[in-house]
Design a protein around this ligand. Structure first.
Ligand SMILES: [Zn+2]
Length: 282
């Protein structure tokens, strides 16, 4: 499996925080198990293996981390449900274990604020959440941060304020009003469906494009536009947004990445006469 690619001036590496297990039915929504089980095998509790996938983007000037995994704020029962070890390893240690210097990270991007995408933004020390990357500027969408605080019954379980509020309060986290070029060639763009304000990240350099789809396409099995997770708030919009992004990715020969694939780090999207799209792992 390829865990590192070069896109123009940038080197992009997969950093898988950990593998967890989540209900397969929830991940595939209305798709029958007879179909999705051909792609991913479930365990005796119908759970499938998934990655908490983060990516490190470096160009000699900036070191950018996309997503920070699930972090350390889940209780023991929640961790056991996901087949995670009882104690979380701090993300800076995971990053160092991959051979990278966590102190070099100067930008952290959260595609959205569900706990499994920003849990490692902060670390708990004596009960209080401190920035895991004290030197970094963090970015997410303002609409998503506002939505997190609405605490709607449908999705409030996905939000843990200690993952982002301390960073907003100390001025480390910028809340974006819309699509934004974070540094030259690195873009965050709104891609609604999973929720209203989730953002997709692209790196566009040297005629090549890398795209982190986040939960718009959580695994390579989700490249069929109608294969939408049960927890997407706006499934019809997911299908539409996904069709657009995957079509552009296929036409542009992009290198793509999925937020929760447990095996594939990078893939090309290929137009398929039968299934509309398929993923070809690098
Ligand atoms: Zn997710």
């Amino acid at each position: 499996m390829v865990s590192c690619v070069t896109v123009g001036d940038f080197e992009i590496s997969l950093l898988r925080e950990s593998i967890h297990w989540w209900d397969g039915g929830a991940f595939f929504g209305v798709v029958p198990k007879t179909l999705w089980s051909r792609k991913i095998q479930s365990d005796e509790l119908n759970r499938i293996p998934l990655g908490f996938n983060c990516y490190l983007i470096r160009n000699g000037k900036n070191t950018i981390l996309i997503e920070t995994g699930a972090g350390d704020k889940q209780d023991a029962a929640a961790r056991e449900r996901m087949k995670l070890p009882p104690e979380a390893k701090p993300l800076p240690e995971v990053i160092a274990g991959h051979g990278f210097d966590p102190d070099a990270i100067d930008i952290v991007i959260n595609s959205h604020l569900h706990f499994d995408h920003c849990g490692g933004n902060t670390v708990l020390m004596n009960g209080s959440a401190r920035p895991a990357f004290p030197q970094a500027s963090y970015f997410t969408a303002r609409g998503e941060w506002e939505h997190a605080h609405e605490r709607l019954s449908r999705d409030r379980i996905s939000y843990i304020d200690a993952n982002y509020d301390p960073l907003v309060e100390n001025g480390q986290m910028t809340l974006l009003e819309g699509d934004c070029e974070i540094v030259p060639a690195v873009w965050m763009r709104r891609a609604p469906g999973h929720n209203r304000d989730m953002m997709v990240v692209t790196v566009e350099s040297g005629d090549r494009t890398f795209c982190f789809f986040s939960d718009l396409v959580p695994t390579s099995a989700h490249v069929q536009p109608t294969w939408v997770a049960a927890f997407d708030l706006y499934p019809l919009q997911s299908i539409e947004t996904k069709t657009q992004w995957l079509g552009t990715a296929a036409a542009g020969d992009w290198i793509c990445a999925f937020s929760h694939d447990s095996k594939i780090g990078f893939a090309k999207i290929v137009a398929d006469p039968k299934k509309q799209f398929r993923a070809e792992p690098l």
